[in-house]
Ligand binder design. Structure first.
Ligand code: MGD
Ligand code: MGD
Ligand code: MO
Length: 760
């Protein structure tokens, strides 16, 4: 049982069955449809699978639990789903297997911890509340009320409310999130870390300081009107497949598309629409005009290069390139900023971006020629030390030609989890705006704490150091999703109690505090009596979601009911009607309406077909500083590497949703049957004397510390020299806890400095 004591994400260090083929040149089409069917049928009966698909993203149906891409406003095809949405749903609807009391009686925690993430995924849904008592080897059943009493007892035993940590993952619906933050704040803490801390926190921080709102400014309509679309550090073919239909439509309307990515991702090269005949037959629309294979972390140099080229073009033909009226009316700091950009040398920019001057100038030219430009980005920009600065360089680029707040233009951070943006709107944040805290205090007659709470990285430190003693998670898989897994495991084990509100088994149920609870909840696809819930998508549209499937068991509860149950047990002096909230979500929505801006007439507007938009000042060109957006000045900050070091980005395969491993294939990249692979440039392999498929060990280097992940198969792949890629969460052991983005404190999961050695 030596393995079981390992903090897991690095386990098991065994190979499965690698098969390779040529990477794909386009995404979706028939293979996507057949692949979704395969997953659905394996996990549940044909009837349940079909029913779940029919309810997905329809106007009276439920919101897809996979990504946060919005649904089209007008006509929806009977199958408005994508391959990976279907997989997410198949996973949630799974009813072949169950993790019930008998399951936990058969398998000890140690035994379960030695299994792979993929095996966990195949065990089906969690169906009843379970407790792991002090010193026990197995989980055993516990009544809901006893579980809530245990939580109350442990929370009351703390010497300060700040010893409790309330984590949220981004699938949690608005109503549950609202109650959860209220409970934490009434209990007395702002310790509300969330998955966003590891995800788009850098985007929020960058945008808030410049355009005044931490969200994007575009709608689906803008995609139809865009003159050009730039896609930085995002792999939509896998992670936001429904975005491909919008890109295809944009392209047909004449938009030029530019991709910026160290990897040639199939979904950025071409798209075969599965709902069109030509797409089904595999005839793909080529998507990108220009594909810039930037070096990892080289985007800032590229963006500065583009800015420099635009300034030069303006100097050559004054009045034709920049939108001077916009700059004068809506921005500040242009002159200082221009001086700083002009001073940067081209050599530095080409060296750091890995692109030549012609390529950069061509990208600038596409930007200049377009009447309106949208820029999209995801984790390729947000998980670096300089992430916030880099995103602000992108804002600078948009300010130059007024590409914010006009049709077909804007900034578009593509969110991850389906309701991560909604959770923030509901107050899941360590540092809530004073106006919100004030409204909350007034509505519920208490004084909310104002001291900022602990984010993900700070929470890990607190648990490691014994300052965080009770850890409660509303969804997610904290152990496997966070950096420096061994430290996280040590921290969780030090806790007195860890609590997971979850749909499916994961490692955070297996590396626990001295006592642990599993509280199983309904999935979004399931009926919750006759109640509905609400969510907010990546484009600030709030809408209702109605579950359609029969609940997996009668002993699971909804997320709002679980949070209300906990709160009622914990906050005994409190007159908040927690039990009523659990019975009737309209009462929660009334409170949201009274305390969160933009939710007037919430109940009615939520049920209108398609929902409603939240207000967005940036769209009206009312920005951060007295309605103006500052130009931001940032120095270039290249990563310092020695000759033998590479930069590793940790990315998602096609068959996973974050730490949930649906399958072992990464179809578009031509890799099947194996996840322990590392993609390397061929010449970097030769320089190290490595053969294709040779087993290697990875060592990360951070301020004199090293971390190891053993046994990966080296695969030659088309990516810039000095760059490497491997899958998350297998490589999270390599991410140093203290290596985070400036300002946002997001772990630098895309800039890990490593060396690669042959394993023997
Ligand atoms: N099916 C599926 N859908 C998902 C998820 C999932 O796991 N599976 N996860 C959801 C979540 S929470 C999120 S946040 C999103 C994530 O969506 P993505 O951000 O698309 O996910 P990653 O796999 O992390 O991909 C990052 C992309 O950035 C590129 N990249 C890495 N470093 C750099 C860099 O320095 N510069 C540039 N320009 N590019 C870089 C990589 O090559 C890769 O293509 O997807 C959401 N949707
Ligand atoms: N190295 C590296 N690390 C990363 C990243 C990376 O790119 N590289 N990406 C980061 C990003 S962008 C993110 S968002 C985080 C993700 O971090 P998390 O959100 O914490 O992780 P997930 O894997 O999405 O969580 C999956 C678990 O959520 C539970 N779950 C699923 N649906 C529901 C539901 O409806 N309700 C409830 N209560 N539970 C549910 C299931 O039990 C499942 O096992 O990981 C981050 N970690
Ligand atoms: Mo994310």
């Amino acid at each position: 049982m030596a393995k079981a004591t390992q903090p897991a994400a690095e386990n098991p260090e065994e190979f499965t069955d690698l098969q390779r083929s040529t990477p794909a040149q386009s995404a979706a089409g028939l293979p996507a449809v057949t692949s979704s069917m395969k997953h659905a049928l394996r996990e549940s009966g044909a009837g349940r699978a079909l029913k779940s698909w029919l309810g997905l993203n329809q106007k009276d149906g439920f919101d897809c639990p996979s990504c946060a891409w919005p649904d089209p406003d007008g006509h929806r095809a009977a199958t408005e789903f994508c391959e990976n949405g279907a997989k997410a749903l198949a996973s949630e609807a799974a009813n072949r297997n169950r993790c019930d009391a008998a399951f936990f009686k058969t398998h000890s925690v140690a035994e379960l911890a030695a299994q792979t993430d993929h095996w966990h995924e195949l065990q089906g849904r969690l169906t009843e509340p379970m407790v792991l008592r002090k010193g026990a080897t197995h989980y055993e059943p516990i009544a809901w009320d006893d579980a809530f009493s245990l939580i109350a007892e442990e929370l009351h035993a703390l010497s300060s409310p700040n010893e409790a940590i309330f984590y949220t993952s981004g699938r949690t619906v608005n109503e549950a999130a609202y109650l959860y933050q209220l409970m934490a704040r009434r209990f007395g803490t702002n310790n509300l870390p969330d998955c966003s801390n590891m995800c788009h926190e850098s985007s929020g921080a960058a945008l808030k300081a410049t355009i005044g709102i931490g969200k994007g400014t575009v709608s689906l309509q803008d995609f139809e009107e865009a003159g050009a679309i730039f896609i930085f550090g995002q792999n939509p073919g896998t992670n936001h497949p429904r975005m491909l239909s919008s890109l295809q439509a944009a392209k047909r309307n004449g938009a030029e598309i530019v991709a910026v990515n160290p990897l040639k991702e199939a979904g950025l090269l071409g798209f075969a629409h599965p709902q069109e005949v030509s797409g089904m037959l595999g005839m793909a629309t080529p998507l990108t005009e220009q594909y810039l294979q930037v070096k990892i972390n080289g985007d800032m140099a590229l963006l500065k290069g583009m800015q420099k080229a635009l300034l030069a073009a303006e100097a050559e033909a004054p009045g034709t390139v920049l939108d001077q009226e916009f700059i004068d009316q809506h921005t500040t700091g242009f002159d200082e900023w221009r001086t700083a950009v002009e001073a940067v040398e081209w050599d530095e920019l080409t060296e750091q971006s890995g692109l030549n001057r012609k390529e950069i100038e061509a990208a600038a030219d596409t930007y200049r020629r377009a009447r309106s430009v949208i820029s999209c980005w995801a984790m390729g920009l947000t998980q670096h030390t300089t992430a916030v600065a880099c995103i602000q360089e992108l804002v600078n680029l948009h300010l130059l030609r007024g590409n914010i707040g006009k049709p077909g233009a804007g900034l578009c951070p593509i969110r991850g989890h389906s309701n991560v943006q909604g959770d923030r709107t509901m107050g899941i944040t360590t540092n809530a705006p004073p106006a919100f805290l004030k409204a909350l205090g007034r509505e519920f007659r208490f004084t909310p704490p104002t001291e900022p709470g602990l984010d993900v990285v700070q929470s890990i430190r607190a648990m490691r150091d014994g300052r965080g003693k009770v850890f409660i998670a509303l969804g997610g898989n904290f152990l496997s999703a966070t950096p420096d897994v061994k430290v996280v495991a040590e921290g969780l084990r030090r806790c007195r109690l860890t609590v997971q509100v979850s749909t499916k088994l994961n490692r955070s149920h297996l590396i626990t505090g001295q006592q642990a609870l599993i509280l199983p909840c309904l999935g979004r696809s399931e009926k919750d009596g006759d109640q509905f819930v609400t969510v907010e998508n990546s484009m600030s549209i709030v809408h209702a979601s109605h579950g359609k499937l029969e609940p997996i068991s009668l002993t699971v509860r909804s997320e709002p009911a679980i949070v209300a149950g906990m709160a009622k047990a914990v906050l005994t002096e409190d007159d908040t009607p927690w039990a009523d909230f659990a019975e009737d979500y309209t009462l929660i929505r009334k409170r949201i309406e009274k305390t969160v801006a933009g939710f007037d007439n919430f109940e009615q507007r939520a049920t209108e077909p398609g929902g409603f938009y939240l207000p967005n000042n940036a769209k009206e060109r009312r920005f951060a500083q007295e309605d103006k957006a500052p130009f931001s000045i940032h120095p270039l900050e290249p990563l310092e590497l020695t000759d033998d070091q590479l930069v590793l980005m940790t990315i998602r395969s096609h068959d996973q949703f974050n730490t949930t491993i649906y399958g072992m294939d990464d179809r578009y990249r031509g890799v099947r049957g194996e996840r322990r692979v590392v993609f390397l440039n061929r010449e970097d392999m030769t320089a190290r004397g490595l053969e294709p498929e040779q087993p290697v060990n990875l060592t990360s280097h951070w301020q004199g510390e090293t971390r190891e992940a053993k046994l990966f198969l080296a695969l030659p792949y088309e990516l810039p020299r000095g760059c490497a890629a491997a899958y998350f969460p297998e490589t999270n052991v390599l991410v140093p806890l203290e290596s985070t983005a400036r300002v946002s404190n997001t772990p630098t999961s895309k800039s890990i400095i490593i060396t690669v050695e042959a394993a023997n």
